[in-house]
Design a protein around this ligand. Structure first.
Ligand SMILES: Cc1ncc(COP(=O)(O)O)c(C=O)c1O
Length: 383
């Protein structure tokens, strides 16, 4: 039996291979590798896809989040509410601007933050909320925006894992300030690092454009050359990546459709399997399944033993699963000084012990999904 990897990008790339080759060569032969029409075309098309006025390409999802916080003037002494069940980039940027991450617990079912707890965590120091649409499942943006608007707190959407997802028909990243990652394994992934900030707000867009290029003022506003208005960074999306992303953007809906189809297959194949919990798409949600993450409730009093044994057994059968994320952010050594003790975010901590992400990517075959499902059933019986 052949191995089933967690992600296989070569399959989605097959259908665009020649187009990518000719566009990459075109950029190469143009002699222009930073900026230019490859970047502006993609930025426009990406903004159009989301239905926003501005898409600003940058170096990574991490930089997108960092610049969004800077553009919203979040800094020293401020608090930013977010989830502890995410990739560390989400909180890293909060610390980098000098603010404090305020971690709230997860909703009862699902892997996004609990909105009641978000509301309860708001203080006079709260300067922003970062919603993470984890695994491609959108946060309930209607309810979140109602809370945020009531307190006039801006919302940043970490859409790294959710390009194309929507809440009640509105795409994520078009509601708050959208921050996207084009890391290769994301729903829209480049062939290297990349990211974007999306917004309808001219002032925020202008700030991001300044920040991504050393605070450099371009165009009519720059009365002198090399005029720098603020301390920025070098965070441009390069032209070859932009050309690749522009091609891949045209296939995004089809690839997300394949992910949705595959998620549905897993749900049908696994629905009667005892001792696991399947992910759900709640009403209002259009999920894009960057991950299909099940839960393996613990049979041991302590920790993640059941899940980890299962994961090893699956691997022996050629099914490579992943654990996103085994240690929640509030318990990370780097955040010891924030003073979060174990037990403070019980749902998050339990999720970290139970989650297992199954192979999920456009082009995964039904036969492979069957192999995953049969192997999973087999291994669970052996536990
Ligand atoms: C939820 C989340 N936020 C932010 C990031 C950071 O994106 P990047 O790797 O492009 O910096 C990632 C990517 O891994 C992510 O999964």
């Amino acid at each position: 039996m052949k191995n089933i990897p967690p992600v296989d990008l070569t399959r989605q790339h097959k259908i665009i291979d020649q187009e990518i080759e000719s566009q990459v060569i075109k950029v190469f032969r143009s002699g222009r590798y930073i900026g230019g029409t490859a970047v502006t075309d993609f930025e426009q098309n990406f903004a159009g896809y989301l239905g926003v006025s501005h898409g600003i390409g940058c170096n990574s999802g991490t930089d997108a989040l960092y610049m969004a916080l800077r553009a919203l003037n979040v800094g020293e002494g401020d608090e930013v509410i977010t989830t502890a069940f995410t990739f560390i980039a989400t909180s890293e940027v909060i610390v980098r601007v000098g603010a404090k991450p305020i971690f709230v617990d997860l909703e009862v079912n699902g892997f996004n933050f609990d909105l009641q707890q978000v509301a309860a965590a708001i203080t006079e120091h709260t300067k922003a909320i970062i919603a993470v649409h984890l695994f491609g499942q959108p946060v309930n943006m209607d309810d979140l925006m109602a809370i945020a608007n009531k307190h006039q707190i801006p919302v940043i959407e970490d859409c790294a894992q959710a390009t194309g997802a929507a809440w009640n028909g509105t795409k994520v990243g078009s509601i708050g300030v959208g921050c996207f990652s084009f890391f290769p394994t994301k729903n829209l992934g480049g062939c290297g690092d990349g990211g974007a900030v999306t917004t309808d707000d001219w002032a925020i867009a202008d700030q991001i454009r300044l920040l991504r290029e050393h605070g450099l003022v371009r165009g009519a506003g720059a009365k002198v050359t090399y005029r720098h208005d603020l301390t920025g960074l070098n965070s441009r999306l390069d032209s070859i990546q932009a050309a690749i992303l522009d091609i891949k953007l045209r296939h995004l809906d089809s690839w997300n459709g394949q992910r949705r189809f595959a998620a549905n297959n897993y749900t049908q194949l696994l629905e009667n399997v005892p001792n696991i919990k399947l992910p759900q798409e709640v009403p209002g949600s259009f999920a894009v399944w960057n991950q299909y993450t099940i839960r393996i409730p613990n049979r041991n009093s302590d920790s993640s033993i059941t899940r980890d044994v299962l994961r090893n057994k699956l691997q022996e059968k050629g099914v490579i699963s992943m654990v996103y994320y085994p240690l929640p952010l509030h318990l990370q050594p780097v955040y010891q000084d924030l003073g979060y003790d174990r037990g403070i975010l019980p749902r998050t901590e339990q999720a970290a012990q139970e989650v297992l992400s199954l192979p999920m990517f456009p082009g995964i075959t039904f036969a492979e999904q069957q192999q995953v499902a049969y192997s999973l059933k087999d291994c669970l019986e052996q536990l």
